[in-house]
Design a protein around this ligand. Sequence first.
Ligand code: DHB
Ligand code: FE
Length: 267
Amino acid sequence: NTSPRIRQVMASLIRHVHDFARENEITVDEWMEGVKLLNWAGQMSDEKRNEGQLVCDVLGLESLVDEITFTLADEAKDAPTATAILGPFFRADTPYRQNGADIAVTKPKEGGEMVFMHGSVIDFKTKQPLAGADVEVWQASTNGLYEQQDPDQAEHNLRGKFKTDDEGRYYFYCLRPTPYPIPNDGPSGKLLTLMDRHPFRPAHIHILATKEGYRPLTTQIFDRQDKYLDNDSVFAVKESLIVDFVPRKEDPNASLELQYDVKLVAD
Ligand code: DHB
Ligand code: FE
């Protein structure tokens, strides 16, 4: 009792995989290299290391699926906030923090400019602010590591979930994101090397915004100053997701500011 969808997708997968093998005259040895890489990815994966997803990402698959799933125009000015891939470092158990909190609980040993990030969650159609929406954010530290990759960071460092206030606003302190290589010591790193590609991702902050009655938004925002915007190793950059950090005056806690509104689409 397989579903029509499974039938269609599996038949297509098998057809394309066979075509791929025929077209390239894949040998037993070459196929075995692929099997080894898949097994290696599985073996090194656990709750801290999502290597299967990383392999998909360097092949551009997660970004393609994101584009297929969310077809809303993202380049038009008056469009809802564009989506971007979730990536392998999301944690489902990120704690709520109060608006105004500093998510950089463990300060970086080196570098690290503080940013006051703030904005509203709004209904894309009506332009009304949405109170009680959840804005969840996560970012890597200046050493290029997310908290779960780095024993020197407090648990949930550089992560937080914020509820918008009565005016639909959220606000918190974070780091200016910095570019870094995706984990390069496993099969995805090996694939990148084989393809003569670098492992860097442009500086970004992940956002997951949710509100009952609205389509959940998974996205990332990127620093306009970054040099990897045009060649992200996992193909996630979209023009409308590029933002400008501006100087902030008279705030002892941050030298930069980022105003960013999230525009959600009603279900
Ligand atoms: C990937 C995504 C990220 O956001 C990141 O920080 C590292 C890797 C990825 O898509 O593989
Ligand atoms: Fe990331």
